[in-house]
Structures are given as structure tokens and as C-alpha cells.
Design a protein around this ligand. Structure first.
Ligand SMILES: Nc1ncnc2c1ncn2[C@@H]1O[C@H](COP(=O)(O)OP(=O)(O)OP(=O)(O)O)[C@@H](O)[C@H]1O
Ligand SMILES: [Mg+2]
Length: 238
């Protein structure tokens, strides 16, 4: 029985898996539209950034205006996955952003063109700051996310791991729902339970779980190389 399930997974196209996840998210709350989602996990390396990017890409296949934000200010990675510059990004934008400003007009925003009319708006972390948690907990950050929810069809926020820093909690408060990533290979179930309970105690709206690194599922696990409209990987701030 289990063997059949694995074989089926093997044959599955990754797009199909993420399309199903997108549908599940779209239908997860019938009365409210989930417009913004953050992606969290217990520890580093469990697949949050890969899930964020794949999910953003599949939302961008369907919706015109999808924004992916890298909020892992201490350990940015999406700019590397997408091979775009991180010389300007979220932290720079937050120094001047005012309620009502059009996000699409901000210099810090990048457009990732995947072809086939699929475009993704991307905000990398930006210049390193000495106080990431303060930045993420600031009123300006929540104003920005609230504006993003109004101005985009979907907003996906990649976060640092729960056990490393507390940043995921204030982010969970400003988004509509939280997706929790478990790695079949790495995640300790007791640690994961503690992390989930921590999030729930702090008022996160957990909408579901994504399992990564499942044995037998061999596929490319993230998209996108070098589609950035603006400049190179070399000057990334990492
Ligand atoms: N579904 C998957 N199956 C197999 N390997 C994966 C999968 N998703 C991610 N990986 C691999 O796991 C590693 C970590 O992935 P990723 O950067 O997405 O994790 P992360 O949770 O964002 O890590 P960090 O906490 O350091 O930001 C990468 O080498 C990536 O290629
Ligand atoms: Mg990451």
C-alpha cells in the first residue's frame, strides 16, 4: 500500500503538487480570502524558502500580481535561488515607505519573469540591519504588509525558523495564514510540536503543513534561475 503511494508521488509533476497546494489554500477558509501567507518551520534547512518560491510561482501562474518577500533578514536566500541582486530590498524600502505608496513603483521591487506570461514580484531582504526583529515587529512593516495585501492578489512571505529567532511570530500576526513546513528527513516531531504550539499560543492562524524531503519523491524542488529583470547575483548581500 505504502509502496503504491510512493510510486504515485514519484510520477507526480511538482507543478501538480503545488497546484493542489494552491487549491487547498484557496479553499481553506471559505468565508475569508487568504491573500497573504507566511512560510515557517522549526529549524533551518527544512525547505521553507523552496516552498515559498514554488508556491509564489504557482500563484503567479494563476494571478497577475503576486508578491514574494524574503523576510529571513539574517539569512537571505531567495535572491540566490532567483539569482538577483540583494543590494536593495525590504529593509531599504521600509526606511521610506508610507501608507498608500504604490509598491509596484518602489525601486526595491524586482520583477521575475518566468515566461508564459508568468511574472512574480520579488522583494529581497535588502541591506543588513543590526536589529532584524525590531524591523519585523515595527509598525512600518505591518503597514507595508497590509498595503501589500490590498495591492497584490497574493503575498507569500519566507521566514526564518521558529527555533532560531522570534521573527516568525510578528510576521504571522500580520499575514492571513501560516503554512508550516516539516522535513521528513530532518524535523524532530517533538520539536515541531513545540514550535507549532508556540505559534498557536501566539495567535498564528495555522492553515496547513507541507512535508518536504519525503523519501521516494525525487524532483527538482525549486524554480528559477537568472530570470531577474535587474542585475546579478554577484552583489548580493548575504
Ligand atoms: N522538497 C525537498 N526535497 C528535497 N530537498 C529539498 C526540498 N526542499 C528543499 N530541499 C533542499 O534543502 C535545503 C534547504 O532548503 P531551503 O533553503 O528551502 O530551506 P530553508 O528551510 O529555507 O532553510 P533556512 O532555514 O536555512 O532558510 C536545500 O539544499 C534544498 O535544495
Ligand atoms: Mg530559507
Amino acid at each position: 500500500m505504502a509502496k503504491n503511494v510512493i510510486r504515485k508521488n514519484d510520477d507526480m509533476n511538482l507543478d501538480e503538487v503545488y497546484r493542489q497546494l494552491r487549491t487547498n489554500i484557496e479553499f481553506s477558509q471559505m468565508d475569508e480570502t487568504l491573500r497573504s501567507i507566511n512560510v515557517l518551520s522549526t529549524n533551518p534547512n527544512e525547505g521553507k524558502s523552496s516552498v515559498s518560491l514554488n508556491l509564489a510561482k504557482i500563484f503567479a501562474d494563476k494571478y497577475q500580481k503576486v508578491l514574494l518577500i524574503d523576510c529571513d533578514l539574517r539569512n537571505p536566500s531567495l535572491n540566490k535561488f532567483l539569482r538577483v541582486s540583494n543590494s536593495k530590498g525590504l529593509t531599504n524600502l521600509l526606511t521610506h515607505y508610507q501608507k498608500g505608496d504604490l509598491i509596484q513603483e518602489q525601486d526595491e521591487l524586482k520583477i521575475i519573469d518566468f515566461g508564459n506570461n508568468t511574472q512574480l514580484y520579488f522583494l529581497s531582504t535588502g541591506s543588513k540591519v543590526p536589529n532584524p526583529t525590531e524591523v519585523i515587529s515595527s509598525r512600518r512593516f505591518s503597514t507595508f504588509i497590509n498595503e501589500a495585501k490590498k495591492q497584490f492578489d497574493a503575498v507569500i512571505v519566507d521566514c526564518p525558523p521558529v527555533f532560531a529567532v522570534a521573527d516568525g511570530i510578528p510576521i504571522s500576526h500580520v499575514v492571513d495564514g501560516t503554512l508550516f513546513v516539516l522535513s521528513a528527513k530532518d524535523t524532530d516531531k517533538y520539536d515541531a510540536r513545540e514550535a507549532v504550539q508556540d505559534l498557536q499560543r501566539n495567535g498564528a492562524n495555522l492553515i496547513g503543513v507541507v512535508m518536504t524531503k519525503v523519501p521516494g519523491f525525487r524532483s527538482k524542488h525549486y524554480y528559477g534561475y537568472g530570470y531577474g529583470k535587474y542585475g546579478g547575483y554577484g552583489d548580493s548581500n548575504d
